[in-house]
Design a protein around this ligand. Structure first.
Ligand code: G1P
Ligand code: ZN
Length: 539
């Protein structure tokens, strides 16, 4: 029943910031998934006798890819596969289940916040024993293997029924279909003060959670409506769909438009939140109020005492270099360690494993803690609800009080999309070469204080990673440039702009940052090189 199938390599199976991410039609090519999975298994020394967690965000082609992966795992003599019911599992739940079962690895079939469908995107994220995504060293080895693969092994059998919970065997491989929601909910109950949040809803507090037709819908209905008592209907778009009902499941001010419009209307509930396709990203809103992800990380850290699981003290905190420095001030005030890492959640994992940090976050709507090794959308929402329940303040007041105490980091990300790859690479190389000449240069009221490529030295495995170019100014403002590692067509240049104000905390963000954004265009010659006079997306 084990077939050895001859194949030819694909040359583009390189993982980016978070796993491999491609157009669905690319992944649907003959042997594309098979090659990648067999190469992965080969590169890690085989999977005989191992246990893996498997599931996805339900996007288009999940059902096909998952069956292929099961059959390849069986043919490669995997001992056990723990699979989410109907093939669904959120990224945070997968990390939890991997850790709980001490599994050897995990595969999440998702392109995260990218749109789904036959003309959308597909992806596979690979987590290792620690619960976090594999290191660059491992992904490089997998990539090398994909370029030389000549055959893969697959078990010849019917598709496995993933609708019924329980154990079945295919050859000697145990396939356990589980309900991932149960474990996840239990973990949240252990972290947060559910009684306080229940009382908050009982007092008439209202919320809307937008699951964006993606994987977190059933988790959110269970937690917010059924357990915590939010009124029925508080969770919107809760049925996962293969094309996310046409939504771009990225929880930000642009793509979660329905929620944003509601939150800025006169009928706004007290609290609004959304998650992305696979449930690791979150957006937080109050009535006519948006919380930037960078501020959110800083505010959660500043309020850790309200959360039962953290109230006795936390380790340090970390952010990606591109994220605003707001949390840095909090770390200083709390007297805890503070780390800055490259973009990508995997860089936080060593810091969590070695108990250096408890919380971490990225500007790209990702926040999390050491309860798992992925960012966690629902965790962040519950953290906010717990703070609101404990302080009895509105979202806006929590944030304004925070600014009052620490000052405000105005922050925006400017994305220049679909740039020719060669043009983008050259822009970055030339900019890097120019950095050493920038110190002391004046651009209007801004004077460059230092400019350098961001290089991270991991204190645990001693690896070094270069990611992005940073220009700092004398008044504390910063510009960070980097190329996206999750896109599927051309290159995306991300430019992160930040300005700090100790006292002027209620200005308009766009007004505050536009002059600096113009400087960013000028320094990197973005218009001259790309033809773009402004960013395609500003978040
Ligand atoms: C983007 C975000 C990054 C995040 C990643 C996966 O990566 O910027 O913070 O970790 O998605 O969700 P990028 O496209 O910038 O490489
Ligand atoms: Zn995601």
């Amino acid at each position: 029943m084990i077939k050895n199938v001859a194949t030819t390599p694909y040359v583009d199976q390189k993982m980016g910031t978070a796993g491999i991410r491609k157009k669905s039609r690319t992944v649907m090519q003959e042997n594309y998934v098979e090659n990648f999975i067999q190469s992965l298994f080969d590169a890690i020394g085989g999977v005989e006798g191992q246990t893996f967690v498997l599931g996805g965000d339900g996007r288009y082609y999940n059902d096909v890819a998952i069956q292929k992966i099961i059959k390849i795992a069986v043919a490669n003599k995997m001992k056990k596969l723990i699979v989410g019911q109907n093939g669904y599992i959120s990224t945070p739940a997968s990390s939890k289940i991997l850790l709980k079962n001490k599994a050897d690895g995990g595969l999440v079939l998702s392109a995260s916040h990218n749109p789904g469908g036959v003309d959308g995107d597909f992806g596979i994220k690979y987590a290792v024993k620690s619960g976090g995504q594999c290191s660059s060293k491992i992904s490089d080895a997998i990539y090398a293997r994909t370029k030389e693969i000549t055959s893969y092994k697959i078990y010849d059998c019917e598709n496995v029924d993933l609708s019924k919970l329980g154990i079945q065997y295919i050859a000697d491989t145990e396939i356990e279909v589980i309900d991932p929601i149960t474990d996840y909910v239990e973990m949240m109950q252990q972290i947060f003060d559910f009684e306080a949040i229940k009382a908050l809803f009982k007092s008439g507090f209202t919320m809307v959670f937008d699951a964006m037709n993606a994987v977190t819908g059933p988790y959110a209905v269970k937690i917010f409506e059924q357990i915590l008592g939010a009124p029925k209907g508080s969770v919107k778009n809760f049925v996962p769909m293969p094309d996310f009902g046409g939504l771009h499941p990225d929880p930000n001010l642009i793509y979660a438009k329905e929620l944003v419009d509601l939150m800025y209307s006169d009928n706004a509930p007290d609290f609004g939140a959304a998650n992305d396709g696979d449930g690791d990203r979150n957006m937080i809103l109050g009535r006519k109020f948006f919380v930037t992800p960078s501020d959110s990380l800083a505010i959660l850290t500043d309020n850790y005492k309200y959360i039962p699981a953290y109230k006795d003290g936390i380790y340090g905190v970390a952010k990606s270099a591109a994220t605003s420095t707001a949390v840095c001030r909090v770390a200083k005030e709390l007297g805890i360690d503070y780390y800055e890492v490259p973009t990508g959640w995997k860089y936080f994992c060593n810091l969590m494993d070695s108990k250096r940090i408890t919380f971490c976050g990225e500007e790209s709507f990702g926040t999390g803690s050491n309860h798992i090794r992925e960012k966690d959308g629902i965790w962040a929402v519950l953290f906010w609800l717990n703070i609101l329940a404990a302080t009895k303040k509105s979202v806006a007041d929590v944030v304004k009080d925070f600014w009052e105490k620490y000052g405000r980091n105005y922050y925006l990300r400017y994305d220049f999309e679909s740039i020719d790859n060669t043009v983008a690479d050259k822009l970055m190389v030339d900019l890097e070469n120019k950095l050493s000449t920038l110190k002391g240069q004046k651009y209007g009221k801004y004077t460059v204080s230092e400019a350098y490529p961001f290089v991270y030295h991991d204190p645990v495995d001693n690896s070094s990673t270069k990611n992005g170019l940073i220009v700092c100014f004398e008044d504390g403002s910063r510009i960070v440039y980097r190329l996206s590692g999750t896109g599927t067509s051309g290159a995306t240049l991300r430019v992160y702009i930040e300005a700090y104000e100790k006292h002027k905390t209620s200005e308009d963000t766009v007004n505050m940052l536009t002059p600096l954004a113009d400087v960013a265009l000028q320094i990197a010659q973005i218009t001259e090189r790309t033809g773009k006079i402004k960013a395609d997306v500003i978040t």
